[in-house]
Design a protein around this ligand. Structure first.
Ligand SMILES: Nc1nc2c(ncn2[C@@H]2O[C@H](COP(=O)(O)OP(=O)(O)O)[C@@H](O)[C@H]2O)c(=O)[nH]1
Ligand SMILES: [Mg+2]
Ligand SMILES: [Zn+2]
Length: 295
């Protein structure tokens, strides 16, 4: 018998799927079908009373990708509506981290939001000069939603449920910014959900190394991804990179050269906008650094 299912987690050649009735089962990925990702919609067939085999993976709407330290693309989750980029005063985000994430999210055509967690530490934090946390108001001015949260005190996490309702979101960000703590605070039945994971898999999924999808109490899904120290982009064209800078978009096609990289070309509309003060210089500098790293 075949059934549709949703992949909640995937590790090696195995995963955990949720069947249409809501129960979870371990499943095996066949080499001929390939490895399914967290968030994949699949068809499974029963192997025995306890476990299933994925016989097909539905085409993905999108996949969130990061680069391995060697620059190879690695997909970590599929079929997302929204990416929440979690930042904190500690560990402090590196200079271009937010821009890297924004480029990645915009390349999927989905919605990013910034979550500033550990916000109760902000007042006393000694931030370095080019910390993205000095730029919060400027991110807001660019149109990004920024939600301030704390798992340890006011303002708490009250801002999150409305943003998460009804869609599939993934939490990304450096190790230690509080992604798993946010999941913990958002899910009153977290132990039940992780208990099911452990019972089904017989050993417990290590949420520090595995990407896992949870069900939100009202509606919607939330994916916790294992932390990375530095989020790397894969090889990208200048156009793909520029697509991550929303304020460049109205000027698309306005540079003298069609294939302008907005670096040192003459009559570059983006650089003119920077000189006029219409585009923030630090954003263009960030773009330039990403461009140098991409090429
Ligand atoms: N002060 C403070 N600490 C927090 C907050 N949220 C999480 N933490 C702590 O930060 C550490 C890392 O949290 P964790 O959720 O494991 O981060 P993850 O690696 O992003 O999943 C833990 O010691 C948490 O208790 C917060 O809002 N304020
Ligand atoms: Mg974690
Ligand atoms: Zn240009």
């Amino acid at each position: 018998m075949r059934e549709h299912a949703l992949v909640l987690a995937s590790w090696g050649d195995r995963g955990l799927v949720e069947l249409e009735g809501g129960t979870s089962r371990e499943c095996k990925f066949l080499r001929s079908v390939g490895r399914a990702l967290c968030g994949d919609r699949v068809t499974v067939e029963w192997a025995d009373a306890e476990s299933t085999v994925v016989v097909s993976i539905e085409p993905r709407r999108n996949e969130f990708v990061r680069a391995t330290p060697r620059g190879r693309k690695q997909a970590i989750a599929a079929n997302l509506d929204q990416v929440l980029i979690v930042l904190a005063p500690a560990p402090e985000p590196s200079r271009d981290l937010v821009e890297r994430y924004l480029v990645a999210v915009h390349s999927l055509g989905i919605r990013p939001a910034l979550v500033l967690n550990k916000s109760e530490l902000l007042a006393d934090a000694e931030l370095n000069g080019h910390s993205p946390l000095h730029r919060i108001d400027e991110y807001r001015a660019l149109g990004y939603e920024v939600l301030e949260t704390s798992c340890k005190g006011p303002p708490g996490i009250a801002a999150l449920p409305d943003v998460l309702a009804g869609c599939t979101s993934i939490l990304v960000g450096q190790s230690g910014v509080g992604k798993s703590s946010l999941v913990n605070a958002l899910l009153p039945d977290l132990e039940l959900q992780t208990g099911t994971l452990s019972r089904v898999t017989g050993k417990g999924i290590h949420t520090t190394t595995t990407t896992v999808m949870y069900s939100l109490p009202r509606s919607g899904r939330l994916i916790d991804s294992p932390g990375v120290w530095e989020y790397g982009l894969w090889d990208m064209t200048p156009r793909e990179l520029a697509g991550g800078f929303v304020e460049f978009r109205p000027l698309e096609g306005s540079c003298r050269f069609n294939d302008c990289r907005h670096a040192s070309e003459p009559d570059c509309a983006i650089r003119l906008a920077v000189d006029r003060g219409d585009i923030r210089r630090w954003r263009h500098e960030s773009y330039r650094r990403l461009l140098d790293q991409a090429g």
